[in-house]
Design a protein around this ligand. Sequence first.
Ligand SMILES: C[S@@+](CC[C@H](N)C(=O)[O-])C[C@H]1O[C@@H](n2cnc3c(N)ncnc32)[C@H](O)[C@@H]1O
Length: 280
Amino acid sequence: MNYRHAFHAGNFADVLKHVVLVALIESLTRKDKPLAYLETHAGAGSYDLGGDASKTCEFRDGIARLWDLGEAPGPLGRYLELVRGFDGNGGGLHGYPGSPWLAARLLRPGDRLRLAELAGGPAKGLEALFRDDRRVRVERRDGYGALRAWLPPPERRALALVDPPFESQLAEFRAIETALDDALRRFPGGVYAVWYPIKRRADLNPFVRWAAGGGHRHVLRIELMVLPDNAPLRLNGCGMLVLNAPFDLDRTLAPSVRVLVERLGRDPRAATTMDWLARD
Ligand SMILES: C[S@@+](CC[C@H](N)C(=O)[O-])C[C@H]1O[C@@H](n2cnc3c(N)ncnc32)[C@H](O)[C@@H]1O
């Protein structure tokens, strides 16, 4: 396990993932019933952009390109407000929050967070970050195994975020499919959001076929391409796949995603797509 998210914190992929996460949590917390937030690959929860992130500077093509944005629509606006208010960012962009921190800020006192992280360093970071937050439990274990153990949740309402490092590359897609098929059997009503990298478009075909088939309902695909999708060794774009997505998630996200492609695109062919792979 070599992946370290600190090198990538705040890049365009984090931005898309976190804007979609904000939209999902805002939508699911509208109902006055407790929600379980389950994250399989949680990371450290907090990143110093002067640390490892400054060695790659990926955040310069991500959050830094949005930092000075004035008016921002819906979930993008809320996301920027949270990142600007993140530990010490009042005086400029110095740190970047991870998904667990963003989720914890948006969830309510009666909601619960279960966070799995396998690597010791990030797991310790999470424990320290949430030491005083009784809603949060951090588990140092494999995220797919954790998801199996967490479902079905006592609340009977859950949002799961699956954000693996894709160290095993295309094999990770098969692991996701297996984990989500199992999760849907255990808890068919859960909302499951998956982040995935886009290098070469054709490599995604089996995953898209799986998502569109298998009796899945309400599957929304949201993609952001900052470069053309034809180079296998480069992160050209990324996507979020949401199973059991709220019916209006596409309309909620559309204005935000348009701003993301304008600001984060690095090629005239930069583009975004949002479509329902399944909808009944
Ligand atoms: C992309 S990062 C997560 C970033 C985080 N979701 C966020 O948006 O802030 C993936 C994380 O998965 C962790 N990881 C790797 N293999 C894992 C496994 N089998 N189970 C749980 N976590 C794992 C890595 O240590 C890394 O911190």
